[in-house]
Design a protein around this ligand. Structure first.
Ligand code: NAP
Length: 290
């Protein structure tokens, strides 16, 4: 399993930063072994949202570390739908671009779905378009959304058994919860998955039965020790900006006392999202070449 750290309570710490760095270093070696072809990830940023700027900045930096090229397109907060769609269409038609990432959310008034759906499945390295989702549902080759894919990579890296395991995913968005359910439940992974959401009755008992909990609700410290079966793996996707700083969906301090494995927040699923974006961009290059 390689290096493994434990929390004070004895749970395995699923260290997303460390695994991200491992995956990016491996990718850099692979790209170099193929003669360092120019594999380019294009990022599109619209407006002045500060967290979005930070996210795009770290994606561009990690692309370079992975041996990939980065192209960046930035439009002002007053960009029209036609301007944003035009910028994305240019990248779609540019054979030097292999992956396109449109940083969300777009400023109010812009139709993000219409923009995303311009991206063909091969270049949709974020896996968020209708066609990519359709491929995931049907089990066809395509890119899988990076955040739920990052959760799967952490489960693999820390050898958390999934076959026959009971998993609960909290949240049903197309960005995280729904694809997470599909990935955990698909053949080869073989978990039995329960999808929880804001109308779920008695979340505590739903979760307490689970071997794996993926929390993607965006509700600060929603999951506490009472939700967790001793020994379960708990992966925190949620990000809430509170007065006390950035907080996850999991109450780390109490949960790490009972869990068998837990992600830190920050430093868990977030860095894995970036690693998976780089892996998807590499895969995109080969899909487009085939
Ligand atoms: P979203 O579209 O707002 O979806 C949140 C989901 O959580 C909804 O399905 C909602 O249920 C459910 N939910 C809300 N409160 C709940 C509660 N008290 N109990 C049970 N379920 C509840 O959010 P998202 O885009 O999926 O993102 C989820 C969180 O992950 C956010 O905090 C986001 O910032 C974070 N995120 C992190 C990463 C990363 O890289 N780590 C990447 C993407 C997103 P209903 O459907 O019933 O409303």
């Amino acid at each position: 399993m390689g290096t493994v750290e434990h929390t004070a309570g004895g749970a395995i710490l699923m260290d997303g930063k460390m695994v991200r760095d491992e995956l990016i270093a491996q990718l850099a070696v692979t790209v170099e072994s193929e003669g360092s072809p120019e594999i380019t990830l294009a990022t599109v940023l619209v407006g002045d949202d500060k967290p979005s700027k930070v996210y795009v900045g770290s994606k561009r930096k990690k692309a370079v570390e992975a041996g990939l090229q980065s192209r960046h397109v930035e439009l002002g907060a007053d960009a029209t739908q036609a301007e944003v769609e035009g910028a994305v269409a240019e990248l779609v038609n540019d054979p030097a671009i292999h992956g396109i990432l449109v940083q969300l959310p777009l400023p109010d008034g812009l139709d993000a779905e219409a923009v995303l759906n311009l991206i063909p499945p091969e270049k949709d390295v974020d896996g968020l378009t209708e066609r990519s989702m359709g491929r995931l549902v049907r089990g066809k080759a395509g890119h899988v959304p990076c955040t739920p894919l990052g959760v799967m990579r952490l489960l693999e890296r820390y050898e958390i058994p999934t076959s026959g395991a009971k998993a609960v995913v909290i949240g049903r968005s197309t960005l995280v919860g729904l694809p997470q359910v599909l990935l955990l439940g698909r053949k080869g992974c073989d978990a039995t998955v329960t999808l929880a959401h804001s109308r779920t009755a008695d979340l505590v008992s739903v979760c307490r039965d689970a071997d794996i909990i993926v929390a993607a609700a965006g509700m600060a410290r929603l999951v506490t020790a009472e939700h967790v079966k001793p020994g379960a793996a708990v992966l925190d996707v949620g990000i809430s900006r509170t007065e006390a700083g950035i907080v996850g969906d999991v109450d780390f301090d109490s949960v790490q006392e009972v869990a068998g494995a837990i992600t830190p927040m920050p430093g868990g699923t977030g860095p894995m999202t970036i690693a998976c974006l780089m892996q998807n961009t590499y895969a995109a290059y080969h899909m487009l070449k085939a």
